[in-house]
Design a protein around this ligand. Structure first.
Ligand code: SF4
Length: 281
């Protein structure tokens, strides 16, 4: 029988910011002092488990924290966290992604220049919560057009985006703001990593019989990627590891496509491919 063809997206695996954060954790873990991450380092339970087994703990705030070093994940953290850590003399390893850092700096500058700030994004996302703390002025998080009315009376607006927002939604919100605001400064802070991944996965989904999206079930960008591919290829399955694969999915399938969220490590992709090669169809 002819072997099933497997097409793996070129940009599958960690994005730049996640790779950098994981490398910083691994390097910091070589030191003697105990190491913690502020929340799970990434939205991938298998990687988080692996790090925990290597002795990397997780903390959620500084209230009861006594000693050790803390890694700030790629989403960044609240300014108040850095302040409190400094006051307590706690050593911080800052793994904030440079793209998120740049959005934080732009918010600081907009506040200084007397712009009120609109962040296009999800208000409960950790990156957005961190971004808000950098605004020394009024700030509004907008995800949908029905929230635009909250800022219609603002005269000078600075707009930035959560790094993982879609370009389409950013355009919709910005054009809504343009209809009501005299002065507006727009910074496109969308990270291309997620957009490029979506575009590549969409193309692959068009030419395969089944699409696998690998990544944490708790990862927003993996879920979004799976949803997008499902619109093109009905046989799209979101899995976390090779254990989630079901042989029945692959009956009469000649070509399988694989893409991943930005927090999926290479070793999980390899395990999935290994299992696919072993499937008895
Ligand atoms: S998706 Fe983009 S902004 Fe987010 S961590 Fe990865 S590279 Fe950085």
């Amino acid at each position: 029988m002819k072997k099933m063809e497997i097409v793996i997206a070129k940009n599958a695996g960690f994005c730049f910011g996640v790779k950098r954060a994981i490398n910083l954790v691994v390097k910091a873990g070589e030191g003697k002092k105990s190491l913690y991450t502020l929340g799970p380092i990434i939205h991938n339970p298998q990687v988080v488990d692996k790090l925990e087994k290597q002795g990397v703990g997780i903390i959620y705030d500084l209230h009861k924290f006594k000693k050790g070093r803390i890694v700030v994940r790629s989403h960044g953290a609240d300014l108040s966290f850095f302040k409190e850590a400094r006051e307590k003399g706690i050593e911080i390893v800052d793994a904030t992604c440079p793209f998120v850092k740049s959005a934080q700096n732009l918010i600081k500058q907009l506040s200084k220049d007397n712009y009120k700030v609109v962040i296009v994004g999800e208000k409960d996302h950790p990156e957005v919560k961190g971004l808000i703390s950098y605004a020394n002025t009024e700030v509004e998080v907008i995800q949908k057009t029905n929230q635009l009315k909250n800022v219609f009376c603002w005269k000078r607006i600075g707009v930035i985006s959560q790094t993982t927002q879609s370009r389409e939604n950013f355009k919709i919100i910005v054009s809504g703001l343009l209809q009501h605001t005299k002065e507006i400064k727009i910074y496109n802070t969308i990270c291309e990593a997620t957009q490029d991944r979506q575009n590549e996965a969409k193309k692959i989904a068009q030419r395969v019989n089944l699409m696998l999206i690998i990544g944490g079930y708790n990862s927003a960008n993996t879920n979004r990627l799976a949803r997008t591919c499902k619109e093109i290829q009905k046989k799209t399955y979101h899995i976390e590891t090779e254990k989630d694969l079901e042989t029945s999915w692959f009956k009469n399938v000649k070509k399988v496509g694989i893409s991943t969220g930005t927090s999926t490590p290479q070793w999980i992709i390899e395990e999935v491919v290994k299992k696919l090669r072993r499937l008895k169809l």
